[in-house]
Design a protein around this ligand. Structure first.
Ligand code: CA2
Length: 145
C-alpha cells in the first residue's frame, strides 16, 4: 500500500474534504481486512516522488500487487507512472474523494492507464474496495494460470 504526499495529514487538517479518519486508522482497517482475506499488506507513506518510485521498484519480487493513492502525484507524475509500467505488477489506484467531481486539474490521472482499475470517491472505503479488487484480480489470475 503506497500513500502519497500530504496523506500523513489526514484527520488533522481539512476534514471537510477528506474526513476525520487518520492514515493510521486507514492502515489499521486495511490490516484487519487483509487478515480476513488471508493476505499481507505493507503500508508506506511518502511526501517524496523519488521515494515512491523506489518503493514501486522494490515491490518487484517482494509483493504481488500495489494499492496506491498517489495523492497529487496522480495528476503530475510521469515518473510514478513509468515506474508502475516498468515493474508490471497489478496496480489498483484509489482516492478518498471523487476526483471527477473536483477541479479540472484533478480529472486526469497519469496512473489510470497503467492501473488495472481505479476506485474514487468512497472515503476510507475506497481503500477496502481497492484491496478486494486487487486480491480478487490476483486470485482470478492464479486460477487461470
Ligand atoms: O482524493 C484523494 O484521495 C486524493 O488523492 C487526495 C490528494 C489530492 O491531491 C488528489 O487530487 C485526490 C490530496 C491528499 C492531501 O491530503 C490532505 C489531508 C489532510 C490535509 C491536507 C491534505
Amino acid at each position: 500500500m503506497l500513500h502519497g504526499p500530504n496523506l500523513n495529514l489526514l484527520g488533522q487538517r481539512e476534514p471537510g474534504i477528506y474526513g476525520s479518519v487518520t492514515l493510521a486508522e486507514i492502515n489499521r482497517q486495511l490490516q484487519l481486512e487483509a487478515k480476513k482475506m488471508a493476505v499481507e499488506i505493507s503500508p508506506v507513506q511518502s511526501n517524496h516522488e523519488g521515494v515512491l518510485v523506489d518503493a514501486i521498484h522494490e515491490a518487484l519480487g517482494k509483493h504481488q500487487g500495489i494499492l496506491i493513492n498517489a495523492g497529487a502525484y496522480t495528476h503530475t507524475s510521469i515518473a510514478v507512472r513509468d515506474a508502475i509500467a516498468a515493474v508490471n505488477l497489478p496496480v489498483v489506484e484509489v482516492h478518498l474523494s471523487n476526483i471527477y467531481q473536483r477541479e479540472e486539474f484533478r480529472h486526469h490521472s497519469y496512473i489510470a492507464s497503467v492501473a488495472i482499475g481505479q476506485i474514487s470517491g468512497f472515503g476510507m472505503q475506497s481503500y477496502i474496495l481497492g484491496l478486494h479488487a486487487l486480491v480478487h484480480y490476483l486470485r482470478t489470475q492464479e486460477a487461470t494460470r
